[in-house]
Design a protein around this ligand. Structure first.
Ligand code: 9J3
Length: 290
């Protein structure tokens, strides 16, 4: 029998290994055929989508001296064995800071996302500037932040409240590579036309909002977004403009489900997206792809 060289043996072994791995990859299980490679955490339940998730999280502070936005707080999973995570930048409303949105980081990050609640350079910056700062914050997250190595740079989202929500839709309009937008009681006075948005967009309005009245903001914004982009409008009954600063179950659940479905492509959450709400909304509109 001819002796094979060590090199030939290694080559043969690698070829066999490639075949075995290829067979493993090419043979999806029943669950694997349907689930996303980015899916994280246990199968969702009606309860789990209303609570913090299973990932332990930690926080890091980014100083206001950072270029392009006003710094902020990054909340991220401590796990280094769960693959990379999607990431969300969240902008505050007019005169507010991230201190008004402390619910967002723990709630969303514990389900397997990196969440960056930013401050703006000036608390008076307009929605267009907030959009620029959201994009700058995403760039910082993936390129320079302490969480950079944990982030999948192709799975990014924007969110925000009021003028930060207006900035959210503007940022989505400017950058179609963003995977999802979640605008909480969005406010924008320069335009109600978001017909250029090509990003799955969730808008959460508040029924009794007199600052970002849904008839002048959320509803026309929603109507202008192309149906092909995927969109939903949830107007929470009995709530006012400060809703975005509170841990409201309908709002938090809708946001989480939207991010899971569109940032992680996690189809396990489709059961909770169609419909996003069955009660507690004074208005609910959607494209509901199923
Ligand atoms: O919370 C907000 O960002 C409301 C926006 C607003 O009322 O601006 C007035 C100039």
């Amino acid at each position: 029998m001819r002796k094979r060289s060590v090199g030939a043996s290694i080559t043969a072994f690698l070829a066999m290994l490639a075949m075995v791995l290829g067979a493993l990859v090419a043979q999806p299980t029943a669950a694997g055929a349907q689930s996303s490679p980015f899916a994280k955490g246990p199968n969702p339940t009606a309860t789990s989508v209303t609570q913090n998730g299973t990932f332990a999280t930690t926080t890091a502070t980014v100083p206001a001296s950072v270029a392009g936005f006003g710094g902020g707080t990054i909340t991220y999973p401590t796990s280094t064995t769960s693959g990379t995570f999607g990431a969300i930048a969240f902008a505050p409303g007019f005169t507010a800071t991230n201190a008004s949105y402390t619910w967002v980081g723990p709630r969303i990050a514990s389900h397997g996302f990196v969440v960056f609640a930013i401050n703006t350079d000036s608390r008076f910056d307009n929605p267009s500037s907030r959009a620029t700062q959201l994009q700058n914050a995403l760039n910082y997250l993936v390129n320079n932040s302490v969480a950079a190595s944990r982030i999948d740079r192709n799975r990014l989202a924007v969110s925000g409240h009021s003028m930060g929500g207006g900035g959210t839709l503007i940022a989505a309009d400017r950058n179609a590579a963003i995977q999802a937008a979640v605008a909480l009681q969005p406010w924008n006075s320069s335009s109600t036309n978001f017909s250029g948005v090509d990003v799955p967009s969730l808008i959460v309005g508040a029924q009794n909002d007199t600052i970002a009245a849904v008839n002048q903001h959320s509803i026309p914004f929603y109507n202008s977004i192309p149906a092909a982009s995927e969109k939903a409008l949830v107007v929470v009954a009995g709530q006012s403009h400060g809703l975005g600063t509170t841990l409201n179950t309908i709002q938090a659940r809708s946001m989480l489900v939207w991010l899971k479905r569109y940032v992680d492509d996690d189809t396990r959450y489709e059961a909770f997206i169609c419909p996003l709400v069955t009660s507690g909304a004074s208005d609910y509109r959607n494209t509901c792809p199923g």
